[in-house]
Ligand binder design. Structure first.
Ligand SMILES: Cc1cc2nc3c(=O)[nH]c(=O)nc-3n(C[C@H](O)[C@H](O)[C@H](O)COP(=O)(O)OP(=O)(O)OC[C@H]3O[C@@H](n4cnc5c(N)ncnc54)[C@H](O)[C@@H]3O)c2cc1C
Ligand code: SF4
Ligand code: SF4
Length: 660
């Protein structure tokens, strides 16, 4: 017979202010199997834990129930506590009488107490059925993979590399740098983005512990924490990186031009190109979709002019399979496609541009060498209208969330217009001004007071052309008056959205995403850089809109978490995983697609049936991948897959304790 001890926590007044804790302890003494029950102010405190250890020894207890807060808070604390007393850590059950009783039934003290007693009764019934579980150890590969080479990926890589770990950055574009490479100056200090980013890019590329895999993508992620096997596709650059000197003569001589993605369509690039002058690596790539040699075998000028013989039209995509202990996802964001706002003249008016296009217009290395000129006629605009929240905070046409950076970068843009065009007039249509951040509100106030930016609270209903002007029609909701402004240039602060392939990548690597396709963290407050897949972390805007300081802070946090994992040679695995009963498993495979962590495979087993050896398939759980969610257990029609510590017998014991 098992000897159960029940320990009821007051949690200060959190529980004891509503639940009659003494009565809960008193009544639990009568439950079958209970040998000892007590209540105490803070069970998780050192004296509280000592009380449990002492009671285990004195009363020879072998199963423990702690009636306290959520198991997410202190289950681990109590597992460690009872291990100190010499019993298996999985012999503790938590009855959550805080979140499930006192916090939700504050005005119903009697009912809350009765519910607490029921929860303890159920926990005691389950504890009696608890079986000992042991953690296993798995080796950890000391190498990290970072997906995405924007500022988040670069910062995380540098932090990990400086801590002595080898890091590979996989960047899908030809260069690292991300959006920060396209930005001109950065709020709130207005320091030049390239001047603070380029040294980081150089540091990453020259670091002995960092390998850059640009123009590369993730094909497949297999394995589990500490032991990921990742297939990386290195797309053919058509340029041999080992011999190319980066002289640029091929780019200069290439006769074919196409729209530059880096300049967001506002200037052209050659078909063999480096995306921007400070690109890293500063070696070109041939855009095969536009190159005439790949289209019809004609041209080949680049190959003839290249003294290093670096052009390789035959180059093939390469597939590498590498092993990693940790993965940091830092794939960043994209801009909302504002074509749904037909009223803003998408594609119709060249002088309606996005905020990121404005960054290029105002940038000294941009298409106009930093002079603000209208795309339509290259004239300097005098009246510039900014429209905020284009696609943000708009459930009807856009996204429900706030893009967080637009208020600040629009204030920055207004400042830059006023600095560069002395007689310019700036109008900003806004819904709210959100400038929380160190020095942010001061920056916004300066924009209004020192740079005469005219903030108009209201939405724009229409933009239309009149002569060489754009008429912006809206409403000033503070004075309930319609307004019309003649604009030379209109800049839209479009919402930040996830990468187009965000969902596909998440499914490939086995992480979650929310309704908007931002990657989801394990816990919004307590695990903001971890994902639900152990060993995979998030950094930067792939998790949601962020400015650079927040992105960098999160990247360093993700690196610190990865460091903690990589600095061990082996790690313990959680034993609450699924297990298959091979005798009854019908091999239907229903559980395989259900598992969100790709932890189940089918395997062949051999059996002797009536003297004959037959082969049949059964499900097989990889216990390192299994996260113990239990999804598979409900999918199995023959109940052949069960979750350890939550077996049918244990769950039924709880149900019976409540109902019988
Ligand atoms: C107009 C504008 C102005 C801004 N101005 C400021 C400012 O002044 N100050 C400020 O603090 N913030 C500013 N921001 C915000 C800033 O741009 C972001 O905080 C920052 O760029 C986020 O960095 P990131 O690394 O998370 O993402 P990104 O910069 O988007 O980098 C992500 C990288 O991952 C790569 N990638 C994507 N998918 C994959 C994949 N599947 N495989 C491999 N690689 C992949 C991308 O190619 C890219 O290189 C501004 C934003 C905008 C739109
Ligand atoms: S072969 Fe292609 S990349 Fe090379 S010069 Fe000609 S068009 Fe440009
Ligand atoms: S419990 Fe089942 S579904 Fe959940 S992770 Fe483990 S094997 Fe996959």
């Amino acid at each position: 017979m098992k000897r159960v001890g029940v320990f009821v926590c007051h949690c200060g007044t959190n529980i004891a202010g509503v639940v009659d804790v003494a009565r809960v302890a008193e009544e639990s003494r009568d439950f079958p199997g209970v040998e000892y029950a007590a209540d105490y102010k803070y069970m998780c405190s050192e004296p509280g834990q000592d009380l449990i250890i002492k009671a285990i020894k004195e009363h020879k207890l072998d199963r423990i129930v702690v009636a306290a807060c959520s198991p997410r808070m202190h289950e681990n604390t109590f597992r460690k506590c009872i291990e100190k007393a010499g019993i298996n850590g999985y012999f503790v059950e938590i009855a959550n009488i805080r979140e499930h009783c006192s916090w939700v039934h504050t005005t119903e003290k009697e009912k809350a107490t009765e519910k607490a007693i029921d929860l303890v009764r159920m926990a005691v019934a389950k504890a009696i059925k608890d079986a000992p579980l042991q953690k296993a150890t798995i080796p950890v590969t000391d190498r990290a993979l970072i997906i995405g080479g924007g500022i988040a990926g670069i910062q995380a890589a540098i932090d990990l590399a400086n801590a002595g770990h080898v890091v590979d950055i996989v960047e899908k574009g030809p260069s690292i740098g991300g959006k920060m490479a396209q930005i001109d100056k950065t709020f709130p200090t207005l320091d030049c983005s390239a001047c603070i980013l380029t040294p980081k890019m150089v540091e990453a590329s020259g670091h002995p512990n960092i390998n850059l895999l640009t123009y590369s993508e993730i094909e497949k992620v297999e394995g589990y924490v500490g032991n990921f096997n990742v297939t990386i596709k290195k797309k053919a650059r058509s340029v041999r990186m080992d011999v190319c000197t980066g002289c640029g003569i091929c780019t200069e001589k290439c006769p074919i031009k196409t729209e530059s993605e880096f300049e967001l369509g506002m200037s052209q690039r050659r078909v063999i190109y480096t995306p921007f002058p400070q690109a890293i690596p500063n070696k070109p790539v041939i855009d095969r979709t536009k190159c005439t040699f790949f289209k019809n075998g004609k041209c080949g000028i680049c190959s003839r002019v290249c003294a290093a013989n670096a052009i390789d039209f035959e180059q093939q995509d390469e597939f590498l399979v590498e092993k990693y202990g940790a993965i940091i996802v830092a794939t960043g964001f994209e801009l909302f496609d504002y074509s749904v706002y037909g009223e803003y003249g998408y594609g119709k008016y060249p002088d309606v541009i996005t905020g990121l296009q404005f960054e290029r217009l105002v940038n000294a290395s941009g298409p106009t060498a930093g002079k603000i000129k209208r795309p339509s006629d290259h004239q300097e605009p005098k009246n510039v209208v900014f429209i905020k929240c284009v696609g943000s905070r708009d459930i009807a046409k856009g996204k429900s969330y706030c893009s967080k950076t637009c208020c600040m970068y629009t204030a920055k843009h207004a400042t830059l217009v006023s600095e560069k065009i002395k007689d310019a007039k700036v109008y900003i249509f806004y819904m709210d001004v959100r400038t929380a951040g160190k020095g942010y509100d001061e920056f916004y106030n300066r924009t209004r007071e020192n740079y005469n930016a005219n903030y108009i609270r209201g939405r724009v209903s229409k933009i239309y052309q009149s002569g060489d002007k754009l008429i912006v029609r809206g409403e000033d909701t503070l004075i309930s008056q319609p307004v019309e402004i003649e604009a030379d240039l209109v800049v839209l602060a479009t919402a930040m959205v996830p990468q187009l392939d965000a969902a596909a990548l998440a499914q490939r690597i086995g992480i979650g995403y929310d309704k908007d396709l931002w990657y989801t963290e394990a816990h919004p407050k307590l695990a903001p850089v971890e994902t639900h897949s152990q060993g995979i972390y998030l950094a930067g805007t792939c998790q949601g809109p962020k400015d650079i300081p927040e992105t960098v802070a999160q990247a360093s946090a993700a690196a610190a978490k990865a460091c903690g994992l990589l600095s061990k040679t082996e790690m313990l695995t959680e034993p609450i995983v699924s297990a298959v009963d091979e005798k009854t498993c019908a091999g239907c495979g229903l559980c395989v697609p259900i598992c969100p962590y790709k932890a189940i495979d089918m395997k062949a087993i051999q059996e002797r049936v009536q003297g004959i050896t037959i082969e049949r398939k059964v499900a097989d759980v990889n216990s390192s991948l299994c996260q113990g969610c239990g999804a598979c257990t409900v999918a199995c029609r023959s109940a052949s897959i069960g979750l350890k510590h939550f077996t049918d017998e244990q769950i039924l014991a709880e149900v019976n304790a409540l109902c019988l």
